[in-house]
Write a protein that binds this ligand. Sequence first.
Ligand code: AMP
Ligand code: MG
Length: 339
Amino acid sequence: MGLFAPILASALIWIMALSGCGTPVPQPEESSKIAMGTLVSQRLYSSSGESHTEEVWEVVDTLENKILSAKLPDTLVWKINNTDESVLDVTEYKELMDYLKEGKKLWEDSEGAFDLALGELINLWNMDKQAVSDAPYLPSVEEIEDAKNKSGFNYLELNQNSIIREKTVKLDLGAVGKGIALDEIKSLLAEKQDITGAVISMGGSILTYGEKPDKSLFHVAIVDPLNPEQSIGYLALSGEHFVSTSGNYERFFEINNTRYHHILNPKSGYPANSGVAGVTILADTGYLSDALSTACFVLGQEKGMALANKYHALALFVLDNGERIMSPELEACFYPTTR
Ligand code: AMP
Ligand code: MG
C-alpha cells in the first residue's frame, strides 16, 4: 500500500478536479519531507496527471547521500574530507568538480568571504546541535584560531586532472547544497513535457518554474529577519526564477544576550557581523542565488550589492536597524506587507 499511496493520492486529486462542473482545473501534485537538514516541499503542475514527485525526491536524495553531505559517510565530500591523500584524482570526484570550481570563483570574487572550505570552523561551531541545545558553549579563542588556520580555499588546488589539498582542510557545501539541488530539479522538470509549472521550496531557497494553470503569478514570501514569524512582503514572479534568503535567524544560539548564528566570517572565525540581518537574492541559477545570499550576508550591504551586480543577480538587504535596500529591478515585483 505504501508504494501505491502517492499514485493513489495523485489519481484522487485528478478525479476531484474532473468531477466538478465546467472545464477541469488540473490540481497540483504536492509532497514534502525533510532533506538536506531542512523542510523541502514540491508542488508540480502537470498536464498529464502523471506523478513526478518521486523522481524529484530521487534527485535530492542522490545529491545529499552520494555527493554533497559532509556528514554522511561515502559521499564525495566526505571522502575528500576523510582521505589521507593530498593529491586526488579528479575522475573519482567528477560530479563535484563543477560545484567546487564555481565555489572557487566566488571565493575569489568575494575576497574570501564565501568559502566552501570552512569545514573545520563550521564543525567547531557545530551550529546544527548548538542551536537546539539547552547549554550551548562558546568555542575558545585558541580553538577558533586553530580551526581558522586549517580552513580556506587557499588550501585547495583544483587542476585539470587532480585536486591538491592540505590534509587538514575540510569542505562544507552547506551554503550551496539547496541551490545545487534546485538546479538539478529544474533540469529534470525541463525534460518532462507534461510539467507545465512548479514551485520547489528547500528551506530558504525556492525555484519557480513555468506557470500556474490559472496564469496567476508565483508569490515568494520573504521572511522578516527581525521578526521571523512574519514576512516583509513577497516577490510576484512569472516563469523560472531562483530565490534564496540567508539570515541570522535560521540557526543560532544566544549567550549573554549575544546571538551567535550559522554564517561565519572566514576572516574572524566568528559569525558574520556585517550589519545585515537577512539578504535575499534572485539569480539565474540555484547555485548562484544560494551562494550569493551567503556571500552577501558576510560581505554586508555595500560590497554584497557590488558582488550581486557582478553576477547580474538582484538583491534585497534587510539591515540590523530594519532598513531595506534593494536592487532597483526588484522594486517592480516586490510587494511589501502593509501593517
Ligand atoms: P545559507 O543558509 O545558504 O546562507 O548557508 C549557511 C551554511 O553555509 C552554514 O550552515 C555553513 O554550513 C555554511 N557557511 C557558513 N559560513 C559560510 C561562508 N562564509 N562561506 C560559505 N559557507 C558558509
Ligand atoms: Mg546559501
